[in-house]
Write a protein that binds this ligand. Sequence first.
Ligand code: GLN
Length: 252
Amino acid sequence: MCRHIAYLGNSLSLADLLIAPAFGLFRQSWAPRQQQYGAINADGFGAGWYAEDDVVPARYRRAVPIWADRSFADVARVSRSHCILAAVRSATETMAPDESAAAPFSSGPWLFSHNGRVNGWPGSVKHLAAGLPASRLLEMEAPVDSALLWALVLERLERGEEPGNALGQTAADASAAAGGRYNFLLTDGHRIAATACGDTLFWRAGPDGVAVASEPFDDGPGWRSVPENTILTAAGGEVALRPLPAPWKDSA
Ligand code: GLN
């Protein structure tokens, strides 16, 4: 199920982060090495990044496989940022294949990605969305599980919750209500928050920056695996891990 990555650090091009590495997101779209669910990630892709002088990120998303979009390779070569979040998608069965369903989802300064699935979709919506204002549902970018999860996370962020908590509580609640897999990535251009809940997640911190990714993009040293049911937060070169709040159910 999907592969995603977030980076925060010294400015680099999207191509340096996503295309150039031997096992980067570009290659992960057809040859992921650690993907447990689904085989390839050809149902669209997206990247979001920040210009130095703007808090609202740019997004580039398409419904085609990342390798089929020549224009992306060109844009990626000349677009640089200190913070990038990108994903390649393997759509869950019955979910819309459109560009609007490809991560990252966004609102204001935020970029969000979900690697996983809500079980029992769409019947399980009633368990997840209870209590969510109707306006949030109407603002969903696409009628897919990831967009609903983003609505739930955004509701918490706009209530002032710390990003790691907003992700962790949403993953815990959704997992208890519906079962499924809830690996999230979130950034506002200054910090990264992520969850490992049902799928692989790794991080690497170095003098240049921090990367958090579904799987390592090279065989270099320093990659660490994030234990299952964990919240990761990264800011200012520091990475912290803490357990997901209860209640959560084992992913299925
Ligand atoms: N369920 C989400 C979708 O359909 C995410 C899929 C994934 O992680 N492979 O887009």
